[in-house]
Design a protein around this ligand. Structure first.
Ligand SMILES: C[C@@H](C(=O)O)C(=O)SCCNC(=O)CCNC(=O)[C@H](O)C(C)(C)COP(=O)(O)OP(=O)(O)OC[C@H]1O[C@@H](n2cnc3c(N)ncnc32)[C@H](O)[C@@H]1OP(=O)(O)O
Ligand SMILES: [Co+2]
Length: 132
């Protein structure tokens, strides 16, 4: 794993929470983007050495919708930046880690992403992401 790329945070209403990050905490907003494949609208906040990915559900099929229903707002996942994501997935699979997809899927900013099931990561949802 190269580094932590971002921390995903589930929010109910992106526009409503943004001022807390930008005005109260004084952190720069990098961009807002809709990621159709994950059914999420995301805002990236520049927190210096790591990004915060604020995630709002686009519909009730979104993983974020289900998370908010069950657990409420809060930290959703930690994303490691990796190179050669398919190889990393294979290595982890060989070591018995449960991956949530066979192949990487398109994520924010043109990255390819894959998730490790929280049940095989001691309760933490991890993401692997590879920037093009
Ligand atoms: C845009 C992109 C990017 O960065 O580029 C993104 O990040 S998209 C980010 C949004 N997309 C994703 O998260 C996609 C991958 N996620 C998923 O496929 C899903 O959310 C799962 C992780 C499989 C959970 O789905 P679901 O809640 O329907 O399954 P489930 O009810 O069977 O839950 C299985 C167990 O995992 C727990 N669980 C669920 N979500 C969790 C989370 N975020 N962190 C830690 N534990 C979690 C549940 O409480 C449950 O534990 P108990 O059984 O003990 O109650
Ligand atoms: Co993410």
């Amino acid at each position: 794993m190269k580094k932590v790329d971002h921390i995903g945070i589930a929010v109910r209403d992106l526009n409503a929470v943004l001022p807390y990050y930008t005005d109260t905490l004084g952190l720069p907003l990098m961009k807002i983007e809709e990621v159709e494949s994950q059914k999420v609208r995301v805002a990236f906040i520049d927190a210096g050495n790591v990004k915060l990915e604020l995630l709002e559900a686009m519909d009730d099929q979104s993983a974020i919708y289900k998370f908010l229903e069950k657990k409420g707002e809060g930290i959703h996942h930690i994303a490691f930046g990796v190179e050669n994501i398919e190889q990393r997935m294979e290595e982890l699979r060989d070591k018995g880690v449960r991956l949530l997809s066979d192949k990487p899927n398109p994520g924010a900013g043109g990255a390819m992403v894959a998730f490790l099931h929280p049940k095989s990561s001691n309760g933490v949802l991890y993401e692997l992401c590879e920037k093009e």
